[in-house]
Design a protein around this ligand. Structure first.
Ligand code: SOE
Length: 380
């Protein structure tokens, strides 16, 4: 008999769906001690919360997250609401002794993230942030190859995350979905929304970043605000590019934009080491490109590894070799790993402290873009 893990979900947008799907699927594919139970979903609009509850199988709804956090029949609070709500909900949940899963980015900025870390560590509640791309099997394999020393000394890290959905100047800011364009709700633009993914993966694969030099641009400077109905200044960064030094001596370039016409979610990274290189592309997420200088000369070259064999990370839990999985599975993996961690009494990663490090890199990037200088990263 599995132990119940009673979930209280705050927010029902795109991420509410990815997480709910993961809770529903995880026990079909992973043998775990706990079974997530969809206990309650919380949103201000009762009708919308009820519709979501009916569609996904939540047993009840709340319209005030404070009530959800106080409920005795909830073990875990999952925060999928906009960025400016993360801190308040997480702090209340920690004080109520709940486990917490929080959508990325952790917080609006580093100082706010520090208070969240202090609270979860004081309350000793299990906590994790949904940086899901670590759990793409090909990305997890990249981590294993790097940890085995297959690349040797790392010289270069190159990452980008390109989209094109905000090019129209008629797109308003604020409100459902479009809160990502409102700096007071999102904290920043592509830096916190997209580069944060690249930074999380990079810190995991290649260690801490020492300092950064950045530039940002806001191409559309005024947009109508959905809530006020008025044309308001746009405070987010539409595009950001930065250079970085890692502590291990490697050099990095990171780039993100929502103005790369033709690109929808092109997250790519490439790492060049003295012995080997690795490259990965979200649009081809089940493949890892690998170049090993040790290979015999005449046939030496980039290999495209199809990460679907049962000895590849996570893959023994899915189909037979050769059949691939996709984006939604990364969330299933994250829930499975979280449940394993609470079963063993170990930390789940990335936890709030790991994600504060990412937040601090974002802060340094935005500061450098403002003052035109190299900025050191404060370590979490
Ligand atoms: C933005 O369009 C977005 O949905 C991000 O918020 C997600 O974190 C990213 O994974 C895909 O793009």
């Amino acid at each position: 008999m599995k132990k119940p893990l009673r979930i209280g979900l705050v927010g029902y947008g795109f991420m509410g769906r990815t997480h709910s799907n993961a809770y529903r699927k995880v026990n079909n594919f992973f043998d775990l001690e706990y079974q997530p139970v969809l206990q309650a979903v919380c949103a201000r609009d009762a009708a919308k919360a009820q519709a979501f509850a009916d569609q996904w199988g939540y047993a009840s709804i709340e319209t005030d997250w404070r009530k959800l956090v106080e409920r005795k029949d909830i073990d875990l609070i999952d925060i999928c609401s906009p960025n400016n709500t993360h801190a308040e909900i997480a702090i209340a949940a920690a004080r109520a002794g709940k486990m917490i899963l929080c959508e990325k980015p952790l917080s609006m900025n580093g100082p706010e993230g520090e208070t969240m870390v202090a609270e979860v560590e004081k309350a000793k509640v299990p906590n994790m942030v949904w940086y899901n791309y670590r759990r793409v099997p090909a990305v997890t394999l990249a981590k294993q190859l790097i940890d085995q020393g297959r690349l040797g000394r790392i010289f270069h890290y190159r990452a980008k995350f390109l989209q094109d959905w905000t090019i129209s100047k008629d797109l308003p800011q604020g409100g459902t979905g479009l809160w990502r364009l409102d700096v007071n709700v999102a904290g920043s633009g592509v830096t916190g929304d997209l580069l944060a993914h690249c930074i999380d993966t990079a810190l995991w694969l290649n260690g801490n970043i020492k300092d950064v030099s950045a530039m940002t641009e806001t191409f559309v400077k005024e947009r109508k605000h959905t809530l006020s109905g008025k044309v308001e200044k746009v405070g987010i960064d539409d595009a950001c590019a930065f250079l970085a030094h890692f502590d291990n001596g490697s050099l990095a370039t990171f780039e993100s934009t929502r103005y790369a016409r033709g690109h929808k979610a092109l997250y790519t990274f490439e790492i060049n080491g003295e012995n080997a290189s690795i490259a990965w592309d979200l649009h081809d997420l089940h493949r890892l490109q690998f170049f090993d200088h040790k290979d015999e000369g005449l046939t030496r070259g980039w290999k495209s590894l199809h990460i679907t064999d049962s000895d590849h990370p996570y893959m023994k839990h899915w189909w037979v070799p050769g059949l691939q999985i996709g984006y939604e599975h990364t969330f299933v993996h994250q829930v499975a790993d979280f449940i394993e961690s609470i079963t063993k009494g170990e930390k789940a990663h990335p936890d709030f402290r790991d994600s504060l490090e990412t937040q601090n890199v974002c802060d340094a990037v935005l500061k450098s873009a403002q003052n035109g200088r190299w900025e050191n990263v404060k370590h979490a």
